[in-house]
Design a protein around this ligand. Sequence first.
Ligand code: CUA
Length: 179
Amino acid sequence: MSAILPPSERLWWKQPIDKVEWAWIGIAFVWGMIMFVMMVYWHVYGKQNLSNEAYKTTPEMFAAKAEKFIAENTVRTETDLQIPVVKVPAGGDGYLIARLWNWYPILELEKGQTYKIHLSSMDYQHGFSLQPVNINIQVLPGYEHVVKMTPTKSGTYAIVCNEYCGIGHHTMLGRIYVK
Ligand code: CUA
């Protein structure tokens, strides 16, 4: 029987299930179970996994916290746009705003220290993608995502938005410095 032609038996779903079909159903079921167990297993044993927490917030509340953090910890500004470079206190909290179309401010971290980075969006959904280490987090308005990070290598890391957010999506870039 060819899939191009209509089935010869119109009530095909009333026919008994073939042995081969049962075999595939069995394979799919077992594989589904393996993948299900892997979700839990990999969360515990997968080295690249981040455990992030999320809290309810509002864009106004998050912006207020971020502005306070920026006002207290800015060390210099960069480019003609005077983008603040903010040094996150060692072992402390850093705030990063996602909005159309930038990541604000630039964060500065120290190698070997552990930080809690708070992320939220002011408008739509954005995707935090840290390159080249490939850490990916969905950033949503109304939620404050808290991610624990311990940078192990110094350098300049790029943040790209990997969730389509409109006409300027491809220009939505940010930066994290690790000293
Ligand atoms: Cu923000 Cu794409």
